[in-house]
Write a protein of this length. Structure first.
Length: 331
C-alpha cells in the first residue's frame, strides 16, 4: 500500500493519493447514509453540475500559481454571457441561427480576453496588487452589467443551444467534455510550454524571474487574458444551461474556486500547482455538495461546509509543514 502511494505521488503529485482516498471515504459515507446517492441519475447530475465550477476554477488557477488572484472571474463570465445574449437577441432571440451564435461567442470570448488583458496590463505596468486590480474590475463589470440589464435577466434563446448545456455524446454530458478538454489544454499549457514555466517562476519570485531574462510583464498580461477567456467559456456554458443570463449569477462559486485550488495543492503564495489534483478536488467538492443535498441539507449549509473545508485545509497544510520541518531538523 505504501509503495502504491509513493508511485501515485511520484507520477501525479503528492496531493492525488490523499484526495482519492478522501473521495472514496465521501462516496462510502454518503452511499450508506444518503438515499439514491450511488445511482446513475445522481452521478449524471454531478457530471452536469461540475463543469460550470470547473471552468471558473481553471480561470482562477493560473493567476494563483503566478502569485496573484482574480476576483473578477464571476462577473467576467456574466459579461461574456451577456455579450452573447445581446447578439442572439439582436438576431431574433429564439429564432436566431448558428451564425449569430458563432459571432456572439467570438465577441464574448473577446470581452473576457479584454477584461483579463486590462487587469494584467495594470498589474504588470502599474505594479498594483492583483487583488485590488481584480476587485476594481469586478466592481466595474458588475456596475456595467446592471446598467445594461437594469438588474434583470435576459432569456429566450434558440432551443438548439440546450444541446451545449444539457446534451450528451455517447452518454457523456457535453459540458463535461468541454471542461475536460479545457483542463487538458490547461495541463499542457502549464506543464509543457514556456509560458507555464514562466508562470511558476513569477509565482516563486517575480524579481528573480525578471533577472533571469523572462518577460514578466508580457507573461502577466497573458495570464490574466487566458483567465478571462476561460471565464468567457464558463459564461457561455452557464447561458446555455439555464437559458438565461444575469449579472451576479454564480456569485457563491467565487470562494469555492479558491477552495478547490487550495484543496488541490496549489500554493496560495504562488509558484506551484497542478491541474489534475485540482480536478479531483472539484469532484470531491461536487460529490460532497450532492450528498448533502440528498440528505436534505440546505444549500447554505453546503456553503458553510465548504468554508470549514477551507479552514481545515489551511490547518492541515500548516501541520504538514511543521511536521516536515521537524523531520528535516531531526535528520
Amino acid at each position: 500500500m505504501t509503495g502504491l502511494y509513493r508511485r501515485l505521488s511520484a507520477v501525479f503529485g503528492p496531493e492525488v493519493p490523499g484526495l482519492l482516498g478522501f473521495l472514496v471515504l465521501v462516496l462510502v459515507v454518503f452511499g450508506v447514509f444518503a438515499p439514491n446517492f450511488l445511482t446513475g441519475a445522481n452521478f449524471g447530475s454531478i457530471a452536469f453540475q461540475l463543469p460550470e465550477l470547473g471552468l471558473l476554477t481553471l480561470a482562477m488557477l493560473m493567476p494563483i500559481i503566478s502569485g496573484g488572484f482574480n476576483l473578477a472571474i464571476i462577473y467576467t463570465a456574466n459579461m461574456a454571457g451577456l455579450t452573447l445574449a445581446f447578439v442572439l437577441k439582436q438576431y431574433g432571440g429564439v429564432d436566431a441561427g448558428y451564425w449569430p451564435f458563432i459571432l456572439g461567442t467570438v465577441l464574448a470570448i473577446g470581452v473576457g480576453a479584454l477584461s483579463g488583458a486590462v487587469m494584467g496590463a495594470v498589474i504588470a505596468y502599474v505594479g498594483a496588487h492583483p487583488i485590488l486590480v481584480s476587485l476594481a474590475m469586478m466592481i466595474f463589470l458588475r456596475g456595467l452589467g446592471e446598467f445594461l440589464t437594469k438588474g434583470g435577466d435576459i432569456s429566450g434563446f434558440p432551443a438548439w443551444m440546450a444541446t451545449l448545456g444539457h446534451g450528451t455524446v455517447l452518454g457523456i454530458p457535453v459540458p463535461l467534455i468541454l471542461f475536460l478538454v479545457c483542463a487538458v489544454l490547461w495541463h499542457i499549457l502549464l506543464n509543457h510550454t514556456r509560458h507555464g514555466f514562466s508562470v511558476r517562476m513569477i509565482g516563486s519570485n517575480i524579481r528573480a524571474a525578471g533577472y533571469s531574462g523572462l518577460h514578466t510583464r508580457r507573461t502577466l498580461i497573458l495570464i490574466y487574458t487566458l483567465s478571462g477567456i476561460m471565464c468567457a467559456i464558463a459564461g457561455i456554458l452557464m447561458l446555455s444551461r439555464f437559458n438565461s443570463v444575469r449579472v451576479g449569477h454564480g456569485e457563491a462559486l467565487l470562494l469555492v474556486t479558491v477552495l478547490a485550488c487550495f484543496l488541490g495543492g496549489v500554493d496560495p503564495f504562488g509558484g506551484f500547482g497542478r491541474v489534475l489534483p485540482v480536478v479531483i478536488a472539484l469532484i470531491v467538492l461536487q460529490v460532497l455538495s450532492s450528498g448533502l443535498n440528498l440528505l436534505g441539507a440546505n444549500q447554505h449549509l453546503s456553503t458553510a461546509v465548504w468554508g470549514l473545508f477551507l479552514v481545515g485545509v489551511m490547518i492541515l497544510r500548516w501541520g504538514a509543514g511543521r511536521l516536515s520541518e521537524r523531520r528535516r531538523r531531526g535528520s
